[in-house]
Design a protein around this ligand. Structure first.
Ligand SMILES: *Cc1c(COP(=O)(O)O)cnc(C)c1O
Length: 433
């Protein structure tokens, strides 16, 4: 059954490319399920699973089929817009397991979330609290609220995805939170439910999250002493994943342990908001080499995926391992990903250092620098660990249709988003009269 080259679960990537074309995002249902189970098992190990809600952060990858896989596993959802609310409901997610984060919720979004009956609004400013109270009054409801506090800890990650420093736009300054809770508790259309924090993304060191938990718990106790008892504590997401074969990420159980140890003795319910760690290693971007060319100093492999498909390299100078489909991958780490005997793989070119670049007219349009690969035109490449902040950040820059997305489930392949067609890209535009 196994042919040459790289497989995801029981399916050869070469077959996926033949059927659905490239560029194409490929996800493994088994890997999604395993990542969720790892998070849940880490909670279980501390006796916390029964009073915890794992709210998948939708912005990491918002495809309906992926949301539906998590909904079936019992997950809640962390949303940041009315659009994501609509997606979660369309995917079968439970409204009462949704938390709504974000620094700039519109009144229309607040109303939609109130009418849907979400679990909690994570409020990030005094003004938002007032606006939410007003909107809730107008629709005749009380808005369940937690305040997102900014614990001022250094998450030691890329500055664009570090959110817990006091210079960040996110959350309520730690020193202002107590007073704001008192105000919230006095507002007629607000029901104070919890507290939350989220200090950043792609965190590999558990210490900052544990430090943030300490600060949050101290505030919870201070509030309780003042008569404001919180029902839940939300410690956000941020757990990092492996992007580089030589740089393993900690297991969920190890990363979460220092934080969970602090929670085991408490009585509040817990909420977590993992995004990247549930989907990142469960997806890859399949692309084909269009052109090999040599410049004055470098060799380029121009592939049919580009920065509009996967923005992370251009935006964060992020690393993704890139392997030739048909060749041995450098490491087997995506749980759903297996390799078969490569003896029958198609003959490779000469190994050399390539710049892996897309066709977009920007020098920042690269997917990988200095990759030692043996390539020929027409080869398929897999850009690994692309399940998070890949398709969800994709655009139509250069009027490029967004990629197809497929989900592998055992030996089955499901198309979960058709490739966009060019007329769709300008269907909403009009000529002047
Ligand atoms: C983005 C985000 C998350 C998810 O972060 P990951 O690093 O993907 O786990 C969780 N909570 C909030 C408020 C976010 O903005």
């Amino acid at each position: 059954m196994h042919q040459d080259g790289l497989h995801v679960e029981g399916v050869a990537l070469a077959d996926v490319a033949a059927r659905f074309g490239t560029p194409c995002y490929v996800y493994s249902r088994a890997a999604l399920t395993a990542a969720y189970a790892a998070y849940r098992d880490a909670l279980q190990a501390h006796g916390l699973a029964d009073r915890s809600l794992i709210c998948y952060a939708v912005k990491a990858n918002s495809n309906l089929a992926i949301l539906n896989v998590f909904a079936r596993l019992g997950a809640g959802f962390d949303i940041v817009s009315g659009g994501e609310l609509a997606r979660v409901l369309a995917a079968g997610g439970a409204a009462d397991k949704i938390v709504f984060s974000g620094v700039g919720k519109s009144r229309a979004e607040m109303r939609a979330a109130l009418e849907a009956g979400i679990h909690c609004f994570n409020v990030e400013s005094a003004s938002e609290l007032d606006q939410l109270s007003e909107v809730a009054g107008a629709v005749g409801r009380r808005a369940p609220v937690s305040l997102r506090v900014n614990p001022d800890v250094d998450a030691k990650t890329h500055p664009y995805i570090s959110t817990g420093l006091k210079t960040a736009k996110f959350g309520v300054a730690f020193g202002d939170a107590f007073e704001l809770y008192r105000r919230a508790a006095a507002l007629p259309h607000i029901a104070v439910k919890g507290i939350d924090c989220h200090i950043g993304s792609q965190l590999l060191d558990p210490a900052p999250a544990a430090e943030a938990a300490d600060k949050v718990l101290a505030l919870v106790d201070r509030l309780a002493a003042a008569g404001i008892a919180l029902e839940h504590i939300d410690l956000g997401g941020g757990m990092g994943i492996q992007y580089h074969a030589d740089e393993p990420a900690p297991a969920a159980s190890d990363y979460l342990a220092p934080m969970l140890e602090k929670l085991a003795a408490r009585r509040e319910k817990l909420v977590f908001e993992p995004g990247r760690s549930l989907v990142g290693n469960a997806g890859l971007l399949l692309t084909r080499v269009e052109v090999l060319k040599s410049g004055a100093e470098k060799h380029f492999a121009v592939v049919d995926a580009a920065m509009n498909d996967l923005m992370r390299p251009a935006l964060y100078d992020a690393w993704h391992d890139i392997v030739r489909v048909g060749a041995c991958p450098p490491a087997k780490r995506n749980p759903g990903q297996t390799e078969s005997d490569t003896a029958t793989g198609t003959a490779a070119g000469t190994p050399m250092s390539y710049e892996i670049v897309g066709p977009v007219c920007e020098s920042g349009d690269f997917l990988g620098h200095d990759r030692q690969l043996a390539l020929k035109e027409g080869d398929l490449l897999a850009i690994l660990s692309a399940g998070a902040y890949g398709m969800s950040m994709a655009s139509n820059y250069n009027t490029r249709p967004r990629a197809a997305e497929v989900m592998i489930d055992g030996d089955a392949v499901h198309l979960i988003r058709r490739r966009e067609e060019i007329p769709q890209l300008f269907a909403l535009e009009s000529l002047l009269p």
